[in-house]
Design a protein around this ligand. Structure first.
Ligand SMILES: Cc1cc2nc3c(=O)[nH]c(=O)nc-3n(C[C@H](O)[C@H](O)[C@H](O)COP(=O)(O)OP(=O)(O)OC[C@H]3O[C@@H](n4cnc5c(N)ncnc54)[C@H](O)[C@@H]3O)c2cc1C
Length: 418
């Protein structure tokens, strides 16, 4: 283990690169600026609800190959749990109508041919109109590619693309939306089973990776922010963590920078990065879900978009949430709780709650912002980029993050072989 891989940033992208490189024989040193690993995918104790909560409810799908392989490699795939079949219950708060989308368990999207399994009041031709997304370019707008109106749009396409792109779907990149459709709806139910880290994001996706690394003699340093680096002959030759804390980089050492866009732009002047971001709002209520509650319920016609039922807790996700960022917290909590009562079939005064507003949750997945995503290779021979905002071909998701980490690690390994 003579070569060291320095991983800057202990989010999912950095940790996935770290685990892959550790498995390939590198000595790995992870440097994380904050006091907690996980970045935008983490859990913490919340005093208001007296519960451990996640910064945001994160949904994975069974077709997220890289994310599941990452979980398998750190021994926690079983911690991602969900129903046996790809079924998604929905409720429309305006009409009270409830239905279930049943994508089945096949490798083919046969469900679109079965009226009882598809969205109510939709026909096969509605689904065929989504076909242009499958081959759309990343520069095309969703709104120019498919009809953004009608029953199928309101009941399925809008909620799916809003959650995946974190922008109002018509302004989103059709190419990125197409990647989602290809890897989910088109890949049949076997790729669409919803999976949730029921015991918390940190317990399932973060702490086991840190343990995996440290138990094998690698290091994960928290509170260790990279401030700048020195270059010599087109390579990084030293990492500066402030003051006397300078780490020399040996000729065969490599660096994977897996920090968010702003940090990357300040560390690596000249690197292209997305410049616009969108908020995601999560609300957590200390409330025991009624028996039989769906683990995840799609909600349309209200403020709430997805309702998650955890032990002791009902939690809500609202994407593209910039409009809610300045709303007084109590008012927002009450508004969301009113929707939760209707959607979840519960009643009562506002229980202990917490609102988490991640203002810069993801880059805005529009064609313009997508064009600003750099690849993993930099002008410096031993420095590679990872992160959900790099050019992964996917919107900012856990799957995209792990793919970016895997890709950076694979490039490191390929460079070693040449
Ligand atoms: C509220 C919310 C809900 C979400 N829901 C979903 C979902 O349902 N499904 C899904 O797939 N995805 C979801 N996502 C997206 C997913 O969380 C992100 O794509 C993923 O966590 C990004 O990981 P990352 O490692 O690329 O970046 P980050 O998590 O941002 O990690 C970067 C790390 O680098 C560290 N860092 C920064 N600067 C430095 C420095 N100079 N030196 C050292 N370290 C540094 C940061 O502290 C951070 O820990 C959601 C995101 C949010 C915020």
């Amino acid at each position: 283990m003579s070569k060291t891989a320095h991983i800057i940033g202990a989010g999912i992208s950095g940790l996935s690169a770290a685990v892959r490189l550790a498995n390939a024989g590198f000595k790995v040193a992870v440097h994380e600026a904050t006091q907690q690993a996980g970045g935008r995918c983490r859990s913490y104790f919340d005093g208001a609800t007296n519960l451990v909560i996640d910064n945001g409810n994160h949904l994975l799908l069974s077709g997220n190959r890289h994310a599941l392989a990452y979980a398998r490699s750190i021994g926690t795939e079983a911690g991602l749990v969900g129903p046996a079949r790809a079924q998604f219950p929905f409720v429309d708060l305006k009409t009270g109508q409830r239905w279930q989308l049943d994508l089945g368990d096949s490798r083919l999207p046969g469900w679109v041919f079965d009226e009882s399994r598809r969205v109510p009041d939709t026909g096969l031709t509605d689904y065929l109109k989504l076909a242009p997304l499958i081959w759309a370019s990343e520069e095309t707008l969703v709104g120019k590619s498919i009809p953004c109106e009608g029953v199928l749009y309101q009941r399925l396409v809008q909620p799916l693309l809003l959650a995946a792109l974190n922008v109002d779907p018509p302004e989103g990149s059709a190419g990125l939306a197409g990647a989602i459709v290809r890897e989910t709806l088109l890949a049949g139910g076997q790729a669409c089973r919803p999976l949730i880290a029921r015991d918390g994001l940190s317990a399932v996706l973060i702490e086991p990776a840190v343990k995996f690394l440290t138990e094998r003699g690698h290091s994960v340093q928290l509170g260790h922010e990279l401030r700048s680096f020195t270059t010599t002959d087109g390579k990084v030759s030293a990492l500066n963590f402030g003051g006397e804390d300078v780490v020399a980089i040996a000729p065969d050492d490599v660096i994977v920078m897996a920090v968010p866009p702003r940090a990357a732009a300040s560390l690596l002047p000249g690197v292209k990065t997305p410049t616009q971001f969108r908020a995601i709002v999560n609300a957590h209520f200390r409330f025991e879900p009624p028996p039989g509650s769906a683990p995840i319920l799609g909600v349309i016609g209200g403020v709430v978009e997805w309702l998650f039922a955890f032990p002791n807790r009902l939690s809500v996700t609202i994407s593209n949430g910039d409009r809610l960022v300045e709303m007084p917290r109590e008012e927002l909590a009450q508004t969301i709780w009113n929707d939760v009562c209707m959607a979840g079939g519960v009643a009562g005064e506002l229980p202990p709650w917490q609102i988490v507003r991640e203002r810069r949750a993801t880059f805005a997945a529009t064609p313009e912002q997508n064009a600003l995503r750099p690849g993993p290779v930099t002008a410096l021979k031993n420095l590679f980029l990872a992160g959900d905002w790099t050019a992964t071909g996917l919107p900012a998701t856990i799957e995209g993050s792990v793919r970016s980490g895997d890709r950076a690690a694979d490039l490191v390994l390929a460079a070693q072989r040449t």
